[in-house]
Ligand binder design. Structure first.
Ligand SMILES: Cc1ncc(COP(=O)(O)O)c(C=O)c1O
Length: 410
């Protein structure tokens, strides 16, 4: 049964409006999604797709999870926005829950991943100033090559990728970069002027490259030794995507600050930064803020996501179900070795690297009912909702197998 919207629009009509009125900053697919349920979405022509984009790692609970929808609807009828001039009950509860997961510390709420990283960058400036007892001096943020930290000026200055930075010079001063997973290079780059190191636990936009445990442990030791903040960007890989609430937990480290967003609201925008004690007093009233951050509705979304993750035991399910999923994908790598190079990633945060054009493969998969996202230069990313079960995972593997089997070798 097509939704009300589906009866009103056609993909062609929407494409027309886009061509005339929407700035073409995205490589948007030429069709319109109008309805979702669980792991599936429907386009305006009522074609069904298995959605392994999850809105770029956002739809933790799939589309329109009934309990999440009920809680959001209730909250909308009660209170949507009041600003941070007042206490928002859901915000306190959410902050407490993040501290239960991350450790003793405090949270700041915003609306996106880039904003969460802006907070971390500002935190590092405050830390550098305190550490040097004055202005300037220690302020450099060291980030990894092939990373992605967002499109704000802080985020893009932290992101050493031409496609992100080109055209926007002069960039923000005070960023240095070293090769990912190269601890020795980070040690060399972490000179007296460095206030913080900021890395993703798994480079997502870069193509799903996990940090090694030795690298993360080594960074923790380096930061302790030189009194540098270790700031972890979990915007894409966090909130259960790897089968752990935070992906860095696997390495057994505790960061000094964490940026999160995407999956936290399950589809409603919310970002958060968590700061470990004893760094929580670096920000003072008036030193940072955002009008919409941590609204009643945004916090209701995130609290519902966390509740449902617990009720449905989603972390364990992802951890268990990703074993056979990865094995099946590795089987595809062996079977179609002329087209597929390797599988990368953990849990439901996976990439298949291909010899040919990943966008062409993504388009063929879409024609066959599976939505995926490009990752880096050579890969497609598979990011099912955490609610996806074995049947969804098997269906995705079957579609990929079929498409690779009918593609000419590259
Ligand atoms: C690791 C990482 N950090 C930051 C961002 C920026 O998040 P947002 O698009 O919500 O601003 C992204 C987005 O893809 C990301 O993957």
């Amino acid at each position: 049964m097509p939704s009300r919207t589906a009866r009103k629009v056609t993909s062609a009509k929407v494409a027309d409006q886009y061509a005339t009125h929407v700035l073409p900053t995205y490589g948007t697919a030429p069709f319109t999604l109008v309805r979702g349920e669980g792991s599936y979405v429907w386009d305006a022509e009522n074609r069904r797709y298995l959605d392994f984009t999850s809105g770029i790692a956002v739809n933790t609970l799939g589309h329109c999870h009934p309990e999440w929808t009920r809680r959001m609807t209730e909250q909308m009828a009660e209170l949507v926005h009041v600003s941070n001039l007042f206490h928002v009950p859901g915000q306190g509860r959410l902050a407490q829950r993040l501290a239960e997961k991350a450790g003793p510390g405090k949270a700041f709420f915003c609306n996106s991943g880039a904003e969460a990283n802006e907070f971390l960058i500002k935190l590092s400036r405050l830390w550098g100033r305190r550490r040097n007892a004055g202005e300037g001096g220690r302020h450099v943020v060291l980030t990894a090559e092939n990373s992605f930290h967002g499109r704000t000026f802080g985020g893009l200055s932290a992101t050493p990728q031409a496609k992100v930075q080109t055209g926007f010079a002069p960039l923000l001063e005070g960023f240095r970069h070293a090769p990912f997973n190269d601890l020795e290079a980070f040690r060399k780059a972490a000179t007296e002027d460095v206030a913080a190191i900021m890395v993703e636990t798994i480079q997502g936009e870069g193509g799903i490259y996990p940090a090694t445990t030795e690298f993360l442990k080594g960074l923790r030791a380096l930061c302790d030794e030189r009194k540098i903040l270790l700031m972890i960007d979990e915007v894409q890989c966090g909130i259960g995507r790897t089968g752990r609430f935070f992906a860095y937990e696997e390495a057994g480290i505790v960061p000094d600050a964490i940026a999160m967003a995407k999956g936290l609201g399950g589809g409603y925008p919310i970002g958060a930064a968590w700061v470990r004690e004893p760094f929580t007093d670096l920000f003072q009233p008036g030193s940072h803020g955002t009008t919409f951050g941590g609204s009643p509705l945004a916090c209701a979304a995130a609290n519902a996501v966390l509740d449902i993750m617990e009720q449905e035991n989603l972390l364990d399910r992802v951890a268990v179900q990703s074993g056979p999923f990865h094995e099946a994908l590795d089987g595809l790598v062996r079977k179609h070795s002329d087209k597929v190079k390797e599988r990368r990633g953990r849990g439901y945060h996976v990439a298949l690297a291909v010899h040919g054009d990943p966008l062409a493969l993504a388009a063929r998969l879409r024609e066959n009912g599976l939505l995926v996202v490009r990752g880096g230069d050579d890969a497609i990313r598979l990011m099912p909702p955490l609610t996806a079960g074995p049947q969804d995972l098997d269906t995705a593997v079957e579609i990929i197998d079929f498409v690779l089997g009918t593609e000419p070798s590259t």
